[in-house]
Design a protein around this ligand. Structure first.
Ligand code: FAD
Length: 541
């Protein structure tokens, strides 16, 4: 009998196999994948933009830095453009992003190229990676002999294994089989397509001062560029194969998917909301590589880890929203919990209680992150509120989830117990803030704010918190830093609440630590500032 069978060899399944192999050199691991390898580059899947957790997971934890540096692209962070007039002049739009690379790296991944590399590594590392195998059925055991039937060239094979992991993406074998589907209250739709050539937003304006801010390796096209509007955002992501990925993501209550679910309709939709991009799409039609649309992309699940030796990772379980590119982060979280459970079991240690608590922790992270998206698309085109919200959301991420994961404390149960009170309190603070952003949006939604650059690489707090992700802290320093992070967020919440002028009673006390906002967020609140930095040596990762 096999030790582990993984259903689906996409990003989640292949990376889990590699992570398991690192921990368990002798385990028998099989990955069953329907598609033929190598898969096509560029026009394969979405999930191309990574943020800090996923970059750390793939680059450092799985040891894929050489591949990433040689065959993928560095990412100049997330960059946002807010509405100005009819959106026909990019230089007139308020821009939020970094002029320099952040200390902690992130990458743009060509998913086809990446999955091909992962597939090769699996074979190299003695993982039984079977492609062109169509899974037909799974039988989940209560004990430890799960069974999978799969079809290769019309012949049915059956494999039994101790652990069964569902990484089959939206096919979601286990979720369906065990009746664990849950409707997400967050209703969003998306469409995306790829062009075989590079689209450089840097060429969209002739304004010399706008152009001179970015050049060479810090050109704007290296970022994941977001064009923001009421109820929607549009991405442009460069891929190392030379292609460009473009996507429209919109909340159902603002934009119906039937308005953009074909290339012609998407072009018409862009003409109305993002005319500069519409022109680019029309000019590049002959370079179109694919077009896809997805209705209700948010999916949920009752349970992802079980003491009965099954687990779910990637989109086969949960996915909330692509804004801030968190999909691969949750693959990193799920895979890390699963690797710990499986390696404990196969080395004779207890795993059952942990399966229960990891399941709860995973879902807490998921639902905590969800608050950044749910009911928030209304304000996506608000240039007053949205920059503050984005920086708040970054800091929440860098202070809690990214901090815990990158300090390698994800599976430390005592850490959660020790900080439970603080985490609960912070959950409430975040809820309060997301509600405040919504109310603030109602007051300011018609207030224009254009023609400015908020260069987050100049913001000390932002840069420092990002840099701290790279530190290697001992247990005591981790605990101290964690407490300081949470206190800082509470202070910041107070200051944002005051600065927004919303007169909203803050339901918690101001911690007795230094104010953090005053200088750091200056440009975000008062806008219209154009920060220019002296050229610095570029550190593309
Ligand atoms: C619009 C949108 C934009 C996104 N953007 C980002 C982003 O920028 N950054 C990010 O990190 N995440 C992003 N995501 C999320 C990201 O796409 C997912 O997290 C990721 O692709 C999930 O990987 P996976 O391995 O779980 O699923 P998949 O990559 O879908 O892999 C599942 C595998 O299972 C295989 N399979 C299915 N059925 C069978 C069968 N019967 N037999 C055998 N094999 C089978 C499939 O062939 C596939 O290879 C985005 C998601 C959406 C919807």
């Amino acid at each position: 009998m096999q030790d582990v069978t993984i259903l689906g060899g996409g990003l989640a399944g292949l990376s889990l196999a590699i992570q398991l192999r690192q921990k368990l050199p002798k385990a028998s691991i099989m990955v069953i994948e329907k598609r033929k390898h190598p898969v096509p580059e560029a026009a394969h899947k979405v999930g191309e933009s990574t943020v800090e957790v996923a970059a750390h997971y793939f680059g450092t934890m799985l040891g894929l830095k050489d591949h990433i540096n040689a065959d993928q692209l560095p990412k100049l962070g997330l960059r946002f453009f807010f509405p100005a007039g009819d959106n026909s002049q990019i230089e007139k739009r308020l821009e939020l992003g970094g002029q320099r690379y952040a200390p902690c790296p992130s990458y743009q991944l060509d998913r086809g190229r990446f999955e091909n590399h992962l597939g090769d590594l699996c074979i190299e590392r003695n993982i039984d990676f079977i492609d062109q195998a169509n899974i037909k059925d799974v039988r989940v055991a209560r004990g430890d002999a799960h069974a999978v039937d799969f079809d290769i060239n019309g012949e049915i094979h059956t494999i039994e294994s101790k652990w069964l992991i569902d990484a089959s993406g939206r096919r979601a074998f286990l979720k369906r089989k065990l009746g664990m589907q849950k409707e997400s209250p967050h209703i969003g739709n998306a469409a995306w397509f790829r062009f075989s050539n590079r689209i450089k937003i840097d060429d969209w304006s002739n304004d010399p001062s706008w152009q001179s801010a970015h050049s060479g390796l810090t050109a704007r096209w290296y970022s994941t560029n977001h064009f923001m509007g009421e109820g929607y955002w549009v991405w442009i992501i460069p891929l190392s194969s030379g292609s460009t990925s473009i996507g429209i993501v919109a909340a159902q209550e603002f934009h119906s998917i039937s308005d953009f679910n074909s290339i012609d309709k998407a072009t018409t939709w862009l003409e109305k909301f993002e005319p500069q991009l519409a022109d680019v799409v029309k000019d590049n039609r002959e370079n179109l590589q694919d077009f896809r649309a997805i209705k209700r992309y948010a999916v949920e699940c009752d349970q992802v880890f079980s003491r009965h030796r099954w687990g779910i990772t990637g989109e086969a379980g949960f996915f909330h929203d692509p804004f801030y590119s968190p999909g691969s982060d949750f693959i990193a979280f799920g895979n890390t919990f699963l690797t710990d459970l499986i390696s404990r079991d196969l080395s004779g240690k207890g795993f059952r209680i942990r399966a229960f608590s990891y399941d709860r922790i995973f879902k807490r992270f998921y639902y905590g992150t969800c608050t950044a998206y749910q009911d928030q698309y209304c304000m996506f085109g608000n240039p007053t509120v949205m920059p503050v919200k984005i920086l708040w959301d970054y800091l929440i991420y860098w202070s809690i989830t990214a901090f815990i994961f990158m300090q390698d404390r994800m599976c430390e149960q005592t850490m959660y117990m020790r900080n439970l009170g603080r985490l609960k309190r912070l959950g409430k603070v975040n809820h309060f803030m997301q509600e405040l952003f919504r109310d603030w949006h109602q007051q300011t939604k018609d207030r224009p704010r254009t023609d400015g650059v908020i260069d987050i690489s100049q913001m000390q707090l932002i840069r420092e918190m990002n840099a701290r992700l790279l530190e290697d802290l001992d247990a005591k320093s981790f605990q101290r830093r964690f407490a300081a992070n949470l206190a800082q967020l509470e202070t910041l919440a107070h200051e944002i609440a005051i600065e927004s002028g919303m007169n909203k009673e803050v339901p918690f006390d101001l911690p007795a630590n230094e104010l953090v906002l005053a200088d750091s967020f200056e440009g975000v609140f008062h806008g219209h500032q154009r920060i220019r930095v002296a050229p610095e040596p570029v550190t593309a990762h």
